[in-house]
Design a protein around this ligand. Structure first.
Ligand code: ADP
Length: 634
């Protein structure tokens, strides 16, 4: 195909503008980024070769080569990895797909162009960082297994050209035409072998493939220097080093490089196990939850290595779904190199390692909870939902629930800060036998619920279930420390102090003498409610809705409806406060007969009020509004 001139995608252009106008204070990161891409490209080829040996064409000595040239003011980074086809160059290099880069552009947008140096330092912009130091970049690449090679050239200004070319070996060569200030300069000289060697050691030492460079070896003064090829990096993967020798910055750099993250992790776990099964795991919790963490396109899983050789990118079989946010890798000599996904799933070794990792992570989390509350709350705010979903999804697995229950946190009616269940229970007065819960969209809404008044008056703390998943999680737990959870909106809600028992008895007596009234209200409301009854736990409120002991609550019903599942309906029970003036009015109207229109309208409006308190629209809002208008006009 002949030479084409193409435009960068708009987002890429914007990014290139920023890079070229040198927002980066750290000029040297380009080398790390390009080496990292080269290493990824070799990983990809290696992975392919596990099932297709031919692709290597007999060349299985992987390497990354750095070639500085003062004369031509170029620096070339080449690899014998997978390479790219013409189409791949166009789609991979011309467009931005990486989430970190997208987030970077978002942040820039948020800060309205005012760039915080520190913010910038957190992001890597991958290949485009080449334009920090180069005013022209060439990519010469040949895909493994193909014969056609392409050459891509751009000055980063908005266009690039792409044309066919010759290339003897597979893989990619990136030729940087360095800006003058980076050749032989005082501050920077990216053609100097010593500088380059130090940079590789600093940023890319653990890259698993040899990073080679030509070194001049001076012999006797009268002799010409000879050239020797040396490997610069130790190639020792970070995770194989002694924990005590690894600096926090090294972990952080590694995490960002390895998992394409743009922020330092929130937490790092590095474990080595020897014994019946040997493995090393380096796991991290990213500072922020991925935006798609709870969507089906999120790919969880840990990288798998066997004897330091990369085997697989996302092995899902190590960690349970509720730890899907954990990133990291497992390296174990006990796992064969060319194991298929299917076999992995059944592998006893994977299960064993997974169990141990899960236990370890939970132990660490509970340590953080006891030793560094603030840090744990940061974790909780990002990933709490995941643990709660874990409880719900494992409703029948006592072991999982037991492991997770003490890591859960909730808002409550009496505390400013989050509480664990243990903390709630420790504050319970001796006479309180249940853990009271109330669900709603926020603290304010719940505190205004009519049922809350009496609890407030009695000084009883209520656990707030603000996240839709909370109610499901708590119901799945069923009990904590032998105390049952009791939703204040369920029909079996009762307070167990003496005073409450007494008023309850009185109300029951009253209900008996008003049995006809309650029956008739129910009849008027038709199928809308399963029961109408008097309640002893309303104070100033006239009515409220309770739901049956079993089945979804009203909030669960809303959650199901939001998930396009409108068939799970809560059983509605209308509760009426016999001490409210409206009850007397209701009794009075009832005396006119159950078919009396005024009585019927009154019943409808009582029910509508109970619905509105729950934030539920009545089915017939216009009719209801007209009835209110009539009543007001009287
Ligand atoms: P990232 O590496 O973070 O995905 P980059 O902008 O650095 O983002 O690279 C974009 C894509 O270009 C890579 O995902 C990869 O597909 C391709 N690429 C970059 N460098 C190489 C290389 N040396 N060999 C093969 N493909 C490469």
């Amino acid at each position: 195909m002949s030479k084409e001139t193409l435009q960068f995608q708009a987002e890429t252009k914007r990014l290139l503008d920023l890079v070229i106008n040198s927002i980066y204070t750290n000029k040297e990161i380009f080398l790390r980024e390009l080496i990292s891409n080269a290493s990824d490209a070799i990983d990809k080829l290696h992975f392919e070769s596990l099932t297709n040996k031919e692709i290597l064409e007999g060349e299985d000595e992987y390497e990354i080569f750095i070639l500085p040239d003062k004369e031509t003011k170029t620096l070339t980074i080449s690899d014998n990895g997978i390479g790219m086809t013409r189409g791949e160059v166009i789609s991979n290099i011309g467009t931005i797909a990486q989430s970190g880069t997208k987030a970077f552009l978002e942040k820039i947008k948020e800060s309205e162009g005012k760039l915080d140096e520190e913010l910038i330092g957190q992001f890597g912009v991958g290949f485009y960082s080449a334009f920090i130091v180069a005013d022209e970049v060439e990519i010469i690449t040949r895909k493994a297994g193909e014969t056609a090679a392409v050459k891509w050239i751009s000055d980063g200004a908005g266009e690039y050209t792409i044309e066919d070319c010759e290339k003897d070996s597979r893989g990619t060569m990136i030729v940087l035409h360095l800006k003058n200030e980076f050749v032989g300069g005082e501050e920077f000289d990216f053609t100097n072998t010593y500088t380059l060697e130090n940079l590789v050691k600093k940023y890319s030492d653990y890259i698993r493939y040899p990073i080679k460079m030509n070194f001049e070896v001076k012999g006797k003064p009268e002799e010409e220097p000879t050239i020797e090829i040396r490997t610069i990096n130790s190639m020792q993967p970070l995770w194989t080093r002694n924990k005590s020798d690894i600096k926090p910055e090294e972990y952080e750099e590694f995490f960002k490089h390895q998992f394409h993250e743009w922020e330092n992790p929130m937490e790092i776990f590095h474990t080595k196990a020897e014994g019946t099964i040997e493995y090393t795991a380096l796991l991290c919790i990213p500072k922020h939850a991925a935006l798609n963490l709870y969507y089906s396109d999120y790919e969880a899983g840990l990288q798998l290595y066997s004897r330091h050789v990369f085997v697989m990118e996302k092995c899902k079989d190590f960690l349970p779904d509720y730890l899907r946010f954990v990133k990291g890798l497992v390296d174990s000599p006990d796992l064969p190199l060319n194991i298929s996904r299917e076999l992995l799933q059944q592998s006893r070794e994977v299960k064993k390692i997974g169990k141990a990792l899960e236990k370890n992570i939970l132990k660490q989390l509970s340590k953080i909870l006891s030793n560094d509350r603030e840090h744990y709350e940061e974790f909780w705010n990002e990933y709490g939902k995941s643990l709660k979903i874990g409880v719900y999804n494992n409703a029948y697995d006592e072991k999982v629930k037991d492991d997770l229950k003490d890591l859960l946190m909730f808002e409550t009616s009496t505390q400013e800060k989050l509480s664990t269940l243990a903390e709630y229970v420790s504050r319970m007065p001796e006479t309180q036998t249940k853990i009271y819960t109330a669900s709603g969209k926020d603290k304010e809404t719940i505190s205004q619920m009519p049922q809350m008044e009496i609890l407030r008056e009695r000084g009883i703390e209520v656990l707030y279930l603000l996240d839709p998943v909370d109610e499901f999680a708590v119901e799945s737990l069923n009990k904590y420390a032998d105390k049952e959870f009791q939703a204040v909106t369920r029909e079996d809600f009762e307070l167990d102090d003496e005073e409450s028992k007494k008023t309850k008895n009185e109300v029951e007596e009253l209900a008996k003498s008003h049995a006809d009234l309650l029956k008739d209200v129910k009849e008027v409301l038709g199928g809308a409610v399963s029961e109408v009854r008097l309640t002893s736990h309303l104070k100033s409120g006239a009515v409220c809705l309770a739901t049956g002991v079993n089945g979804p609550s009203l909030n669960m019903e809303k959650t199901f409806a939001a998930m396009n599942n409108p068939f799970f309906k809560a059983q509605r029970i209308l509760e009426v406060n016999p001490n409210h003036a409206l009850f007397k009015k209701l009794s009075g109207l009832h005396a006119l007969g159950k078919d009396n229109d005024e009585f019927k309208n009154f019943c409808q409006l009582l029910y509508t009020q109970a619905l509105l308190i729950e934030g539920i629209m009545p089915d017939n809002p216009v009719e209801v509004a007209n009835k209110i208008a009539d009543l007001m006009a009287k």
